[in-house]
Design a protein around this ligand. Structure first.
Ligand SMILES: C[S@@+](CC[C@H](N)C(=O)[O-])C[C@H]1O[C@@H](n2cnc3c(N)ncnc32)[C@H](O)[C@@H]1O
Length: 291
């Protein structure tokens, strides 16, 4: 490898293109920038910079990792989501841009609720990107929140992100198999549960099937298993007038609606993402339940 910065960009682009990375040029630039810890301006202004062989070797190593399918986020341990950088690793789902819609809608609903302290529960908290993004937008003391996950290793990352964003007082996380260890009722429950059919996982991009945890993707034989479990139990954990907001997969709207309607909920929200796919649905109970 040549070690002028601008040559490294083209070498990187070539390596990544050959291995089928779609935005090879952008990704090569990103990998170099992140390896050298340079911001965009420093990067643009230093195209003729000579890169030491130690740094060139690190960059080459990262190009090779990326060419094997490892996402840039998992090479460097950070992913941007809702304008913040979250810590990630192999034990958590890489935060997805489409999940930002669920964040936005929850924030809008929270803004409309006046004069009341809100309790918020996230099922399947993963890295914590969803609930942390919500909390960062909402005034201090308005919301108290709990995030649960079945994966201890995901909870370790959620904890790191809670500390990174100084949310220790507002957000707790703990292990629970959906509602198995939840004993309270909540005003708002949010979740982006695993919703890929088990048989479809092998057809996903290698960035996903090799580097996102299977448990964060696997929605069972029909992709709906987690929605069924959540619908069965959420009614016992919603306060009067409580709501549940869910991210769903492509084409799942009617099936998810049926599951929830069968269990005495009514749909009050369905929202499309930027691709025109219904990505978020919201349910309320037809009547309130006692534990
Ligand atoms: C699609 S990921 C969502 C992660 C994160 N909330 C996000 O939006 O990026 C689903 C999460 O649900 C968790 N999960 C899977 N099965 C679960 C269960 N039975 N109980 C609780 N969490 C579960 C996974 O470990 C994973 O962190």
């Amino acid at each position: 490898m040549n070690n002028l910065l601008k040559s490294l960009i083209y070498d990187g682009k070539k390596v990544l293109l050959e291995s089928g990375v779609k935005n090879a040029m952008d990704e090569a630039r990103l990998i170099i920038k992140k390896t050298l810890k340079k911001n965009e301006l420093e990067f643009i202004n230093n195209q003729d910079l000579k890169i030491s062989s130690k740094q060139s070797n690190s960059i080459l190593h990262n190009f090779i990792e990326r060419s094997k399918g490892k996402p840039v986020s998992k090479i460097f341990g950070f992913k941007e989501f809702f304008s913040n950088e979250f810590i990630v690793n192999k034990n958590v789902l890489d935060p997805r841009p489409e999940t930002e819609l669920l964040v936005e809608l929850t924030i809008n609903i929270l803004f409309k609720i006046k004069f009341k302290k809100i309790s918020l529960l996230e099922l399947g908290v993963g890295s914590g990107c969803l609930i942390i993004s919500i909390l960062l937008f909402i005034k201090k003391n308005k919301v108290s929140a709990l995030g649960v996950d079945i994966s201890n290793k995901a909870l370790e990352i959620a904890d790191k992100n809670i500390k990174k964003f100084n949310l220790e007082k507002k957000l707790k996380v703990k292990k629970s198999d959906w509602f198995s260890d939840i004993h309270e009722k909540y005003d708002i429950i949010v979740s982006n549960p695993p919703y890929v059919k088990t048989s479809d996982i092998k057809n996903l991009d290698k960035e996903v099937k090799l580097y996102d945890p299977f448990i964060s993707l696997n929605g069972g034989f029909n992709g709906l298993r987690c929605f069924e479990k959540i619908a069965t139990n959420a009614k016992f954990h919603l306060k009067p007038d409580g709501i549940i907001l869910l991210e769903i997969g492509y084409g799942q709207m009617n099936s998810v609606k049926k599951i929830f309607e069968k269990m005495d909920y009514k749909i009050f929200l369905k929202e499309k993402d930027l691709q025109g796919i219904i990505r978020v649905v919201g349910f309320k109970l037809k009547k309130n339940f006692e534990c």
